[in-house]
Design a protein around this ligand. Structure first.
Ligand SMILES: Nc1nc2c(ncn2[C@@H]2O[C@H](COP(=O)(O)OP(=O)(O)O)[C@@H](O)[C@H]2O)c(=O)[nH]1
Ligand SMILES: [Mg+2]
Length: 381
């Protein structure tokens, strides 16, 4: 019951007897897929794995995923209809009067698959949280159960980033947090290194041309953005942070309604964006409205766009010319491992860039020393 507990109450309530595990070939997120497979094995569910969105990747890219999962993966495309007849035959052969749950990370195409098979028109889309219910639909002699992509520990529905299963003491739990966050970082190193190198070289070129860096994010990603800009001040890098913390303080919420406010904030941020500037958007989910809208507007101004995110097949990923992908999942809805990874990514950019530019500790201390600004005392007119 260790893994299935993490898969949320509706998973158990849906009483599945079989599963189709669907990976997004564009962003496979193997560790989360493994958690889904572990849950199937633990519950004794018959399952097989498909790799969707084959139209967007090289034809043999599913082979790498097969190797990592040590499982067969049927490559399909719900868009071009590749291998869909094969998939239907496989479903017919594999299941018999089963309740089949469709499992996978958000955006993998779970709902699209059910719509294709059942002729339904359930809402699909590339924003996280498009599906929020475990809908059941008949297909031949089967019941197909749609699901949500988020892993949730049903024991502690209000937390949860890290699974404390098996921890007895506070000491155990603290150690688990440190161990898990380190694991997320180690995985992230492999998926982010190439992107970080490209971004460092590109930023170096742009700074030499007198351009600047604008970084944005919401919530915990706002902290990452501020950290990046704050450290930029200590290393002599021209980085400005704009987050939705500003939305209250700045005249961007004049427009009514969330959508207008998000677009308004993006417009506000883009007032400072010029051609050749670098705009970096940080979002764990890749679905934060003003954060990807900022990149869309920045592209129009011929700025260079960068995304730092865990989920690349998202509106944010689609707007970015450069992508730095973290790989810290699985974790619960309250991100901690992803935030840690994103902080380390911005540290890597800043510190390596400063070193490449020959900035020394002495220089850095000078950046930090307070400069005296002559001013009169407040209140004396
Ligand atoms: N290019 C491409 N897009 C797809 C494919 N299957 C689904 N999509 C798109 O991917 C997005 C997510 O699909 P959805 O079914 O909502 O994913 P879910 O979150 O797993 O239910 C939607 O915009 C779909 O139109 C595919 O095979 N190829
Ligand atoms: Mg869905």
């Amino acid at each position: 019951m260790r893994v299935t507990k993490k898969i949320s109450a509706p998973f158990l309530q849906a009483r599945p007897s079989g599963a189709i595990v669907i990976a997004n070939l564009v962003d496979p997120q193997i560790n989360t897929i493994k958690a889904f497979i572990d849950a199937c094995q633990e519950k004794g569910l018959k399952y097989f794995v498909v790799g969707n969105k084959n139209d967007r990747v090289r034809n043999n890219s599913y082979l790498k995923i097969e190797k990592e999962l040590k499982d067969n993966v049927l490559p399909i495309s719900l868009k071009t209809r590749k291998n869909l007849l094969k998939l239907k035959r496989k479903i017919d052969d594999f299941f018999n009067k089963d309740r089949v749950i469709v499992l996978g990370v958000f955006n993998a195409g779970k709902t699209s698959l059910i719509n294709y098979l059942c002729g339904t028109a359930y809402k699909v889309g590339d924003l996280p949280g498009t599906t929020l219910e475990f809908t059941k639909t008949s297909y031949k002699d089967l019941i197909l159960i749609d699901s949500v992509g988020q892993l949730i520990d049903i024991n502690k529905p209000m937390m949860v980033s890290i699974d404390f299963e098996g921890c007895k003491t506070i000491e155990d739990k603290i150690k688990r947090v440190f161990d898990e966050e380190q694991k997320g970082l180690a995985e992230t190193y492999h998926t982010s290194e190439e992107g970080i190198i490209k971004v460092i070289k590109m930023i170096d070129r742009q700074i030499k041309k007198g351009k600047k860096i604008i970084v944005t994010g919401a919530g915990a990603s706002a902290l990452v953005a501020k950290e990046m800009a704050g450290q930029g001040l200590e290393t002599g890098l021209p980085i400005l942070a704009f987050t939705n913390d500003l939305a209250e303080a700045q005249p961007v919420s004049f427009a009514k309604g969330t959508a207008e406010e998000e677009a308004g904030l993006s417009r506000y941020i883009n007032f400072v964006v010029n051609k050749g500037d670098v705009v970096i958007s940080v979002s764990a989910s890749g679905g934060t409205g003003f954060v990807y809208e900022t990149l869309r507007q920045a592209r129009k101004k011929k700025a260079i766009t960068v995304a730092i995110t865990e989920n690349i097949d998202t509106p944010l990923g689609k707007q970015a010319e450069y992508i730095i992908k973290s790989n810290s999942k699985p974790e619960g809805p309250s991100s901690s491992k992803i935030q840690t990874a994103h902080l380390v990514i911005v540290h890597a950019i800043n510190l390596v860039l400063a070193d490449e530019k020959g900035i020394t500790a002495d220089d850095s201390v000078k950046f930090m020393l307070p400069e005296k600004v002559e001013t009169k005392k407040m209140g004396i007119k």
